[in-house]
Design a protein around this ligand. Structure first.
Ligand code: GCU
Length: 527
């Protein structure tokens, strides 16, 4: 049975923790003067306090420790394929919870998909509260730049979240949108999780720089007249120098940066800063968008974790992009690597307005099945990484709790179904190789199995899923490194690079372009 708590119980749970003296003090102030409720100050927890608070809410007394990533450590993660399948059966995306087989798209859309969404929300990633305030986007600066020889327009945007209900917490989502200036019409855009900023800020001309330097020297002399002599002694010295030309970082395959490739292909891209949506740490759960909605109080077990919050932010970025005339709002994708690969997959799965996704090295909590015992474990995600997930997810790492104990096998859903939620949209599962740093921890084979197991949903919906491989995830043979399975709308490619999707970017663009019938040369696109 689910642990549910009334508001009163919740307050008790929270108040048994260290910080509550604050909350209680505020509460009694309200009671004494009897006036309208004064806002309760936001809770400031350490990561440990927050986790313990959630454990108390769930009735968990102890968690199984996660394995170590270090193969020399005695409790290291399993890397023996023969021991990877203690729970070999993935839940069937095409079987209703009542046991019936799903045989028509209609039943998928009206019954099965909502069931899977509901289970992921309740037990895995958490629900987005219904009262998330509105986001208002504004362009704060624009710059004409050049990327890989192509002129672009770069715009810095801020999505301000209405915080009038809790002014002490502010959330301003940062996004940079970059579109090719030569485009003859709206372009497809890939939203990429990352810090952002202007990619190639336009620099002052030689003459402008000379004026800046003259003014700076004058100001410095004003501040310290003896500097006149210094400048006279060093006539060639200039406080500001032109930014030297730097060769871009080409990847191991000799490819230019991913953003160059996108612009050269006639796409745009947007970098979206996850930290401006929700901090990547547990102590931040009472701040950011999750904290703002809770007015600074800790989460309840079904509420969203950081992955869902980042995905929500991507959805708000998409809201904006759909209003921008330079963007083809019907062809916006989402990209991320590692924890942001997980977030990108969550965004694709929950928001059907995303046309495509490039899911880089996402591992557990992303494309890798929870049920596989290889590398990172559910116990890793319920340990230090629990804040990525709904509080409820922690139950599956519990060894001693009011409800007994649970393991990955008790999860009603698995990652093959998360991928299936993306059907029939373009979903590219990307990995590198352990030898170059895409650690075994990620469980490449497990992700491949989940991708295979998701494919029948694409088929049911009348499009090609993963092409060129058997549809049985238990026996399907993984293609060799650099041999992509790119013939359908669900794609798999393990490149020979590291913990990055950069070597796969050109394959992704070509694959998606073909399906959009997008021709960057003519600017024509049919849907
Ligand atoms: C850790 C974590 C992974 C995660 C990765 C990252 O390895 O266990 O789940 O994907 O960090 O995001 O860098």
């Amino acid at each position: 049975m689910e642990a549910t708590h009334s508001a009163g119980q919740r307050l008790l749970l929270i108040s048994s923790s260290i910080v509550t003296s604050l909350a209680l003090a505020a509460g009694s102030a309200v009671a004494q003067n009897g006036t309208a409720a004064a806002p309760i100050p936001p809770v400031t927890f350490t990561a440990q306090q927050d986790q313990q608070n959630m454990m108390r809410q769930l009735g968990i007394r102890a968690l199984r420790p996660g394995p170590s990533g270090n193969e020399k450590s005695p409790n290291h993660a399993n890397y023996d394929e023969t021991k990877a399948g203690p729970y070999p059966d993935l839940p069937d995306a095409l079987r209703l919870n009542n046991g019936r087989k799903v045989t028509t798209p209609q039943v998928w859309w009206s019954k099965r998909r909502p069931e899977i969404v509901d289970d992921f929300e309740k037990y895995v990633y958490g629900r987005v509260p219904t009262n998330v305030p509105k986001v208002t986007w504004s362009i704060v600066a624009a710059d004409h730049e050049v990327i890989g020889g192509n002129p672009v327009l770069a715009r810095q945007l801020v999505g301000h979240v209405d915080n009038s209900a809790c002014p002490i917490i502010s959330v301003d989502i940062r996004m940079t949108l970059v579109t090719p200036e030569k485009a003859t019409g709206p372009v497809p855009v890939l939203i990429m999780f990352g810090p952002g900023g202007f990619p190639a800020p336009k620099q002052p001309s030689y003459q402008e720089l000379a004026r800046i330097n003259a003014a700076m020297k004058a100001l410095l002399i004003q501040q310290d007249p003896s500097l006149r002599q210094v400048f006279q002694d060093h006539p060639a010295y200039e406080p500001e120098r032109p930014v030297p030309f730097r060769f871009p970082h080409f990847n191991a395959d000799g490819d230019p940066p991913r953003t160059w490739e996108l612009i050269a292909a006639g796409w745009g891209f947007a970098t979206l800063d996850p930290a401006s949506i929700q901090a990547d740490n547990a102590a931040g759960l009472t701040r950011g968008i999750i904290g703002l909605v809770n007015q600074g109080q800790p989460r309840t077990p079904e509420q969203w974790g950081a992955l869902r919050a980042w995905a929500w932010g991507a959805g708000r970025a998409l809201d904006y992009l759909k209003t921008d005339p330079s963007v083809d709002g019907e062809h916006v994708g989402i990209e991320g690597v590692s924890r942001y690969g997980k977030a990108a997959l969550v965004a694709m799965a929950f928001d059907p307005r995303f046309y495509m996704g490039l899911i880089g090295s996402s591992g557990k909590g992303g494309a890798t099945p929870f049920r596989r015992n290889f590398g990172e474990a559910v116990e890793s995600l319920t340990g230090g990484e629990y804040y990525w997930m709904a509080g409820n997810f922690m139950k599956y790492g519990a060894s001693d709790a009011a409800f007994g104990s649970k393991t990955a096998a008790d999860l009603p859903v698995d990652s093959n179904e998360l991928i299936a939620l993306c059907a029939p949209r373009l979903t590219f599962i990307s990995y590198g190789i352990p030898e170059k740093g895409d650690a075994k921890w990620l469980d490449h084979r497990g992700s491949f199995m989940a991708t295979v197991a998701a494919s029948p949903v694409y088929t049911l919906l009348g499009v090609k899923g993963l092409v060129g491989v058997s549809q049985d995830y238990r026996t399907a043979k993984m293609p060799p490194v650099n041999d992509g399975l790119l013939g359908g709308r669900l794609a798999w490619r393990q490149d020979d690079g590291g913990h990055t999707d950069a070597p796969n970017m050109k394959y992704f663009i070509e694959w998606a372009d073909k399906r959009m019938l997008h021709s960057s040369a003519s600017g024509e696109r049919a849907h």
